[in-house]
Design a protein around this ligand. Structure first.
Ligand code: ZN
Length: 415
């Protein structure tokens, strides 16, 4: 090879290398919606906002015809995208659209199956392989096994007869991370509390090439079980840890399935939950690219309490401290939960605790902060405060409304 050619090849190689380094990963996402037993009009702009504000995605929304409408007009160009987000539960698509979708996934396209999208298409065999597990739509033992955890054991072969898909009343529930190695869940706390949502249970499906990343305990009775039977074996079978976050591979395609995020008007607590938002976005990035570059954010919840993002913007420590002064126990616990989670994260780090303590004292001695806020801060300072806060707490002994809490904080400090 002539020297000048070799030189050109090296230069070309270096240029490619540098452009790869400086160019931010950018993925094109398509959100499919238009029919759902849920408020898809509320959820789809939120999903778009969440994806786009990461800077990793540019997303489009495609809306199907209404129920009973002419599906031949629904002809998405899946292959132009890196990721398809399914927020759809409705009429069957045309054979052409189905074929295009399967081709997209087999060729390596990413898919996010969001909440009730796993209710869709009970009769479409390949779709059910893509979602892994599904519910409702007359799903039953013919749809595939129940898959869940019992204690630390995964159960994949429960082919017992019964319905596929149910959920109890909406509530906050604890999510247990099951896979700490997967890029989506690496670095997440072992247990974290999720905002008021439906906990899907008794899902069933082919569950091929499916990994469970996280579960939540559902007390839902299994089919055929007598209500109120709490004896021995029966009691152990009363409930089980149901999958809430899953990955599936289909051909070369990667699928992230989240059962979380029931949408209310404006999103609501399930969609505003930081745990939902962060796992959705990490799952979307993984499905699109096979990797996750997003850091676990500062406001990710722990077992201590739900953290929500009003307006779907990340809460910073600055925001939490700025807002804690207006804390009103009857109105809102969100800033308090945020701080409680933060305390847990930095416990053991003396410098971080001292920095936080100084900022808490600033709020404690301010004229603007509410009595509830000051009581809350005194309670926290009682265990994490150092000598730094003692003079400020002593000053509060003369305040009739705060005297008890101040005495308590000082007494604990002296131990
Ligand atoms: Zn729902």
């Amino acid at each position: 090879m002539k020297k000048q050619y070799l030189f050109l090849i090296i230069v070309a190689g270096l240029l490619t290398f540098f452009s790869a380094c400086t160019k931010e990963a950018h993925y094109k996402a398509l959100i499919v919606t238009g029919q759902n037993n849920h408020n898809w009009q509320a959820s789809n702009p939120i999903l778009k906002q969440l994806l786009d504000q990461t800077g990793l995605f540019t997303s489009d929304i495609i809306i199907t015809p209404v129920k009973g409408g002419d599906m031949t007009t629904f002809d998405p160009k899946f292959s132009k995208y890196d990721l398809v987000v399914l927020d759809y539960n409705g009429d069957t698509w045309t054979e052409k659209t189905n074929t295009a979708f399967l081709k997209f996934v087999r060729n390596g396209g990413g898919v996010v199956v969001y909440h009730a999208a796993d209710n869709s298409f009970p009769e479409w065999e390949e779709y059910n392989k893509i979602i892994g597990l599904g519910g409702w739509g007359n799903r039953n033992e013919k749809s595939g096994p129940y898959v869940y955890y019992r204690g630390n054991e995964i159960v994949r072969d429960d082919t017992s007869k019964g319905i596929g898909g149910t959920h109890g009343a909406r509530s906050e529930f604890m999510i247990k991370t099951r896979n700490f190695e997967h890029p989506i869940t690496k670095g997440l706390p072992a247990n974290w509390l999720h905002g008021n949502d439906e906990l899907y249970s008794l899902l069933r499906g082919p569950a091929e090439n499916m990994e469970i990343l996280a579960t939540a305990f559902s007390a839902t009775r299994e089919p055929g079980q007598a209500p109120g039977n709490t004896s021995g074996q029966a009691n152990r079978r009363r409930g089980r840890d149901e999958p809430v976050l899953m990955t599936i591979t289909y051909g070369k395609g990667r699928i992230f399935h989240t059962v979380l995020g029931h949408a209310d008007e404006g999103g609501g607590p399930a969609m505003e939950c930081v745990g939902f938002i962060v796992t959705f976005l990490r799952g979307a990035e993984w499905a699109a690219s096979g990797k996750v570059t997003q850091a676990i954010p500062f406001d990710f919840p722990s077992a201590a309490g739900v953290v929500i993002r009003p307006g779907f913007k990340e809460i910073t420590l600055e925001d939490a401290l700025a807002n804690i002064g207006s804390y009103d126990i009857a109105k809102s616990t969100k800033n308090f939960n945020f701080l409680r989670n933060y305390f847990r994260k930095i416990s053991g780090d003396e410098q971080a605790l001292l920095n936080l303590e100084k900022r808490m004292v600033t709020v404690l001695i301010s004229n603007e902060a509410t009595v509830d806020a000051k009581k809350l801060l005194l309670r926290e300072l009682s265990w994490m405060g150092s000598d730094y806060s003692v003079p400020s707490i002593k000053d509060l002994l003369s305040n009739a409304e705060l005297k008890d809490e101040a005495e308590f904080a000082l007494a604990r400090h002296q131990k």
